[in-house]
Design a protein around this ligand. Structure first.
Ligand code: ADP
Length: 195
């Protein structure tokens, strides 16, 4: 089982790229943000629980994410691989993922960080707000999400550097070029796993 992690600031394009990578490698794509948005749309108990937190641009509690991911991996344990998009987002989530994978005799293949500078992120998010009307894409909430990214998610860079899993991929430019770079990086890691 191969386990790819996509992380990066909001607006880095990780959702778009994660989906394409999952299709190409035939891995199962799990976007925690999409899961929550679907649950909110159907007004499920989980959706109702997380709606306000998400609308404010804050992070859903770790315990809830860890349970969600544990159940998900168990459900698809015969999969070739997973693409985790938007998870882990905090250090406790990263540690929990490592232990869950260990139980399944697996580990993180690599953690892909899409690097995009702040001005570009804000430009993209403001555009997305106009086009998609996501309720958490207002200026104030965008700022909050960026701050929380720097506080909680950016430190994962050190975590995955120390385990030798970090891959930084340049996230500005042509979507196809970024995708090609990602695939090259992933292919190298997957080959190395077989060595
Ligand atoms: P983006 O990367 O653009 O901020 P996502 O679609 O990944 O958006 O997530 C949307 C929201 O869902 C986040 O702002 C957060 O409130 C919640 N969320 C998603 N994944 C996690 C996670 N792993 N931990 C905590 N909250 C999460």
């Amino acid at each position: 089982m191969h386990n790819l992690i996509f992380f990066g600031p909001p607006g880095s394009g990780k959702g778009t790229q994660a989906l394409r990578v999952a299709e190409k490698f035939r891995f199962i794509h799990l976007s925690t943000g999409d899961v929550f948005r679907r649950e909110i749309a159907v007004r499920s108990p989980l959706g109702m629980k997380v709606k306000d937190v998400i609308d404010r641009g804050e992070l859903v509690p770790d315990s809830l994410l860890i349970e969600l991911i544990g159940d998900f991996i168990l459900k698809y344990q015969t999969a070739q691989g997973f693409v985790f998009d938007g998870f882990p987002r905090t250090l406790p989530q990263a540690e929990a993922l490592d232990s869950i994978l260990k139980v399944h005799r697996s580990e993180v293949t690599c953690a892909l960080l899409l690097e995009v500078k702040e001005e570009e992120l804000i430009r993209r998010l403001v555009n997305r707000a106009r086009e998609e009307g996501r309720s958490d894409d207002t200026e104030e909430v965008i700022e909050k999400r960026l701050v929380l990214y720097h506080q909680h998610t950016k430190p994962l860079t050190d975590y995955y550097t120390s385990s030798g899993k970090l891959e930084v991929v340049h996230g500005i430019g042509d979507i196809e070029d970024i995708f090609r770079n990602l695939c090259k990086t992933i292919n190298k890691r997957i080959k190395a796993e077989f060595r």
